[in-house]
Ligand binder design. Structure first.
Ligand code: ATP
Ligand code: MG
Length: 407
């Protein structure tokens, strides 16, 4: 029964426990937030050394769709969430038979499929005021031909698999109809969307939290810099983007969450494109049904983090409107940071990083550094934007990321 009071116990003495499906770093930071409030936690994750499993009271080590594992999770927990996008929606459905689950299987299912996701964005466009990039669904050879015959405007474009894409994986950039056909074959001839390649002036994202009772709070948009399709830097401070665009993005994200009847933290990603208008146009890219990498700065720069809000939303507690108290820049720490220019393994110079003012280091407990693997992040806060940018520049240089755009 919600609300689930933190620190309480049932008649049998079992403590109030929140569950999470998936054991990655998002789960780890959710567990930290839940435990700080006094909840016990349970993580279902097959990897014995997962970031979240390592810090949780309970770690159920089974596959995500294992019936016995799911039954144990439901038995231990009074409410359950998920931390990664490609969790089987069926598992959430099974859990929802006996426990409150947020976000729900239906909305996670929409976010897992770019075709359904774009259909949702299009359906809300009248209210949200923001549409998605021009696109076509590619599921059969005739649709390839149709692009060639009547949708040449979509080229050059990006072919994206409808399902299981993340961090730029499952995507191929194509310039011609011939390249499109080859890319579709390369991606396995499954369901895909071809999206027009837009000329981006910036990217941003908005985090919204919505409760079971429909209460909504949100963070101001953060501006994101991607390198090779992976988030590299998040800029979170006033003036990070034109105020009129920021307001539109925030309003659009709230209406997208409301239209879904969403419960929990939702991240909506946007493109800013040069459409000839004074501030540029806004295009919705995709949504993540969970806290998001671009919201990690909220841990150190806000009085309630995205993970606090996920805990509150799941447990049926009031949602505080978060207030950002410091400007912040977040640098993602990918596996590359653990290797020097000649490919030799090295320990990053944490002492030099931590000597810089306002640095907050978060490592996820992963022992194997690999290129592109998210190992941790560094948030830099300060009294003003100039000092944050100065410290971020120095930190990037110390970490061997000299080309990174932190300006
Ligand atoms: P993630 O889930 O990690 O956010 P993803 O694999 O789902 O990433 P997208 O968000 O679709 O991928 O794309 C990754 C990046 O590629 C975007 O942030 C953007 O920089 C670039 N990109 C994607 N689609 C387009 C487009 N239509 N036009 C221009 N750039 C694009
Ligand atoms: Mg994305």
């Amino acid at each position: 029964m919600l609300p689930l009071f933190p620190g309480s116990a049932d008649a049998a003495g079992q403590p109030a426990t929140l569950g999470v499906l998936g054991g990655g770093q998002l789960g780890r930071m959710f567990v930290h937030a839940a435990q700080r409030l006094g909840y016990f936690t349970a993580v279902l994750e097959p990897d014995p050394q997962s970031p979240a499993g390592l810090v949780s009271h309970h770690h159920i080590q089974t596959a995500y769709d294992d019936p016995a594992g799911l039954a144990q999770l439901a038995q231990l927990c009074q409410a359950i969430t998920t931390e990664f996008e490609n969790v089987p929606a069926q598992a959430l459905q099974t859990l929802a038979l006996t426990r409150p689950v947020a976000p729900g299987a239906a909305v996670v299912g929409i976010a897992q499929n770019r075709i359904e996701e774009k259909a949702h964005f299009t359906a809300c466009a009248d209210v949200s005021g923001v549409g998605c990039a021009p696109y076509a669904v590619i599921e059969m050879p005739a649709q390839l031909q149709a692009v060639q015959d009547g949708r040449a405007d979509l080229l050059p474009g990006i072919l994206k698999t409808a399902r299981m894409g993340y961090d730029g994986k499952g995507q191929v950039r194509v310039r011609t109809a011939a390249e499109l056909a080859a890319a579709w074959a390369e991606l396995g001839r499954g369901a895909c969307v071809l999206e027009k390649m837009l000329s981006l002036t910036a990217e941003c994202s908005v985090l919204v939290a919505r409760g079971w009772d429909g209460q909504v709070v949100s963070f101001a948009p953060q501006r994101n810099v991607h390198v090779d399709g992976i988030l590299a830097v998040t800029h979170a401070y006033e003036g990070n983007m034109p105020p009129a665009l920021a307001t539109r993005a925030r309003d659009a994200a709230v209406s997208i969450a409301q239209h879904l009847g969403y419960v929990g933290v939702l991240c909506v990603e946007f493109f800013v494109v040069d459409d000839g208008s004074a501030h540029g146009g806004l295009v919705v890219n995709e949504m993540a049904p969970r806290p998001h990498n671009s919201g990690h700065y909220t841990l150190d720069a806000c009085d309630a983090s995205q993970f606090d809000l996920q805990v509150h939303a799941l447990a049926g507690l009031p949602l505080p409107q978060p207030r950002q108290h410091s400007p912040a820049i977040m640098l993602n720490l990918l596996g590359e940071v653990w290797f020097d220019a000649s490919g030799q393994r090295r320990e990053p110079d944490w002492l030099a990083v931590l000597r810089l003012p306002g640095t907050h280091l978060h490592l996820y407990g992963k022992t194997q550094a690999r290129a592109g693997r998210k190992m941790g992040h560094l948030t830099i806060t300060g009294p003003d934007v100039v000092s944050v940018k100065t410290a971020a520049r120095r930190a990037a240089d110390v970490l061997g990321l000299p080309g990174l755009d932190v300006s």
